[in-house]
Design a binder for this molecule. Structure first.
Ligand SMILES: NC(=O)c1ccc[n+]([C@@H]2O[C@H](COP(=O)([O-])OP(=O)(O)OC[C@H]3O[C@@H](n4cnc5c(N)ncnc54)[C@H](OP(=O)(O)O)[C@@H]3O)[C@@H](O)[C@H]2O)c1
Length: 297
């Protein structure tokens, strides 16, 4: 598995495993979570993507229970987590409504809770989950710098930020924001043309792609025409169509890191085949135009 250097201190596996749906798995026992992590590690997928809010602030602890049961796993992994969304659930049940909080106090409290729940003494990469329209960059930026300085967090980045949000936060920081995790897939192609990806490429910042299979929508009947193209290419290259959809992201020169969401161990393994799929320019455009449902102008 290829690894991508996001900063001098941090390399992530090219394919990342996401924990948004960990609580949807009928089996959330430490043993089964450990089996999924080990299936990832066996494929070289060592980077685990979390957020404090996943599962209503419960997902990190499900993962942490597996790490407590198998502590030797921690050193094989890079742990990514996010903060900044506050919703009336779990430890935030008392809040009146969903909002964003990028204050220093909230970020610090969130990191402490994540460290405890994930059963780790450091987070490899902390992301601000969504751009906060009430953000004071002169508070948020130094708070992130201080977390890196403390060693609790190895590197920091953002998620779902537009270029101007990114520049604003970066302008108040000493550390470099090392990634932006945004939605990209054959069913979410806007970033390829709206400037989001171009902004990151210009700065040589590798983006992470969430919901790389459209959250499973790729397999729904309304996307059957696109699926037929994926299946044909998959047949030619002797892989699963999932691997072709992921390879479409990997082929792009921006060094995209897709974040997988499956709870199915066989699909984790099939996803790793994406690394061997060959996508040339014509195949890339064949899939892109099949996704758009029309030729490029
Ligand atoms: N930063 C953000 O704002 C943000 C937002 C959303 C997600 N994320 C991150 O991105 C990760 C991935 O998101 P995602 O779960 O939406 O990713 P995804 O990989 O696009 O979708 C995963 C879903 O697709 C289903 N699926 C996969 N292969 C399938 C197949 N061959 N046939 C039918 N269904 C299939 C999976 O079901 P099975 O489990 O049955 O395989 C699962 O429900 C999350 O875990 C999270 O870490 C970040």
């Amino acid at each position: 598995m290829e690894r991508i250097q996001l900063s001098p201190e941090l390399k992530l596996s090219r394919l990342v495993y996401g924990m948004w749906r960990i609580g949807d798995d009928p089996d959330t026992s430490p043993k089964h979570v450990q089996a999924k992590i080990e299936a990832c590690v066996a494929q070289g997928i060592t980077t685990m993507d979390h957020a404090d809010i996943y599962g209503g602030y419960t997902a990190e602890a499900i993962f942490g229970a597996a790490l407590k049961a198998a502590p030797s796993l921690r050193d094989k992994l890079e742990i990514v987590t996010k903060c900044g969304i506050v919703a009336p659930a779990g430890r935030h049940s008392a809040v009146r409504g969903k909002h964003y909080d990028t204050s220093a106090a909230h970020i610090n409290a969130s990191v402490e809770a994540s460290l405890r729940d994930l059963a780790t003494d450091h987070i490899d990469l902390l992301l601000i989950h969504r751009p906060d329209p009430f953000m004071d960059p002169d508070e948020t930026g130094p708070a992130l710098d201080a977390l890196v300085e403390s060693g609790k967090v190895r590197a920091v980045g953002v998620s779902n930020f537009r270029p101007w949000d990114y520049s604003l936060l970066q302008s108040s920081m000493e550390n470099t924001l090392v990634t932006n995790q945004i939605e990209m897939s054959l069913l979410a192609t806007e970033a390829f043309i709206n400037g989001d990806l171009a902004f990151l490429q210009e700065r040589m910042i590798a983006p992470m792609a969430w919901s790389p299979l459209g959250g499973g929508s790729l397999f729904k009947p309304e996307n059957a025409a696109l699926m037929r193209v994926l299946e044909r290419i998959a047949g030619e290259q002797e892989v699963d169509p999932t691997a072709v959809a992921l390879a479409w992201l990997l082929a792009h020169p921006a060094n995209i890191l897709p974040v997988l969401g499956t709870n199915n161990i066989a699909r984790i393994m099939a996803s790793a085949d994406a690394m061997k799929v060959k996508i040339d320019r014509q195949i890339w455009f064949e899939l892109y135009t099949a996704a758009l449902g029309k030729q490029v102008p």
